[in-house]
Design a protein around this ligand. Structure first.
Ligand SMILES: C[S@@+](CC[C@H](N)C(=O)[O-])C[C@H]1O[C@@H](n2cnc3c(N)ncnc32)[C@H](O)[C@@H]1O
Length: 331
């Protein structure tokens, strides 16, 4: 007899995953983690600080304890180390905006059975210039990119690299420019993105004191020229998964032409093992691309290798990060 018969718990957890996203997004919407960090430690205090009902506060706290994001000791609540690091507002790596955005998107998933049948959504959320989706997504995504941009800076020794020029394609919030220009006072950066998104980036980079070394090009990266032998570093972060193979090869070739000899293209994305056995987050994320794009999915290391070789890059290496993304360096 099998001493470990299958249990239903994990399927129950997955089937009710929307509840977990709801609890997390609601707690973030009412700044619960921030109030906990500031010292409120009972349901009544949190209700008063957050301006929510006592019933709501208690039930949300129960849910957060159930999810392992809040601890209860001797009748008092406090953030776990994870929540204190990633869910308290005002910290650079705060994912609170991201959790609110994911909760707002949750209704879209009811269309997945139809999208799976047809193979593509009715509209592609990534191809519209003035898509409000970007203006919500890019500041929320910035927190995820912070630790990765720091790691890439370390690997490339950007702080000591002197007068370098950077091209960030689809730079969004300008988070790479903010961090790298902050680390290297002689560096300059150019971001290519839609006009309304560049306006957000200009504001955020200016807040970090690097506005005078940051330039934007408004346009579609499929059709905009990237220039010739003008940059030391190229960045393509969280974009390859929205594009199909042909577009990725074409964009990598434009990067190759825009980089100086010896320049490096830095790609950051959710990358799948060649045999498609993992890692879990990139495998799961592909369904979000099926839901939102006509050609996107998470791509394998072998895909990046093949496309970068086709585009003229000779030396390609991969570096895992503490986030679900992998960095790719191509020269
Ligand atoms: C997922 S966000 C990534 C932002 C940033 N690179 C990061 O890693 O935090 C994708 C970015 O690509 C931009 N984008 C998507 N399609 C584009 C296109 N065809 N032309 C220009 N920008 C585009 C979006 O506006 C958005 O800023």
């Amino acid at each position: 007899m099998n001493s470990n018969p299958p249990r239903p718990d994990r399927i129950m957890q997955v089937a009710t995953g929307g509840w977990a996203a709801g609890i997390l997004g609601a707690a973030a919407s009412h700044s619960l983690f921030t109030h906990l960090e500031a010292g409120a430690d009972t349901a009544d205090q949190l209700a008063a600080q957050a301006g929510i009902s006592g019933r709501g506060a208690q039930i949300l706290l129960d849910g957060l304890v159930g999810l392992g994001l809040v601890e209860l000791r001797d009748g008092n609540y406090r953030n776990t180390a994870e929540a204190a690091t990633f869910l308290v507002e005002g910290q650079p790596a705060c994912l609170s905006g991201f959790t609110k955005l994911k909760l707002a998107e949750i209704g879209q998933w009811v269309t997945l059975p139809d999208v799976v049948r047809t193979g593509a959504p009715m509209t592609d959320a990534t191809v519209e210039v003035a898509n409000p989706f970007w203006e919500e997504l890019v500041p929320a995504l910035a927190a995820q990119s912070v630790p990765v941009a720091m790691i890439a800076a370390d690997t490339l020794r950007l702080a000591e690299a002197g007068e370098i020029s950077i091209l960030d394609v689809g730079g969004g919030s300008g988070i790479y420019s903010s961090i790298w220009l902050g680390l290297n006072p002689a560096a300059r950066s150019t971001q290519l993105d839609w006009g309304p998104v560049n306006a957000i980036a200009r504001r955020l980079v200016a807040e970090r004191g690097a506005a005078d070394r940051f330039t934007c090009i408004d346009g579609d990266f499929h059709t905009t020229d990237f220039g010739t032998a003008a940059y030391d570093i190229g960045v393509y972060s969280h974009i390859a998964h929205q594009e199909g193979p042909e577009d990725n090869v074409a964009i990598f070739a434009k990067f190759r032409g825009a980089l100086k000899p010896g320049g490096t293209l830095v790609i950051n994305d959710y990358i799948v093992d060649d045999d498609r056995s993992g890692p879990p987050f990139p495998l799961i994320f592909a369904s979000a691309m099926l839901l939102k794009t006509k050609q996107g999915r998470t791509w394998r290391r072998a895909d990046y290798h093949a496309w970068l070789a086709k585009a003229g890059f000779e030396d390609v290496s991969f570096q895992p990060t503490p986030s679900p993304t992998t960095l790719v360096f191509a020269r």
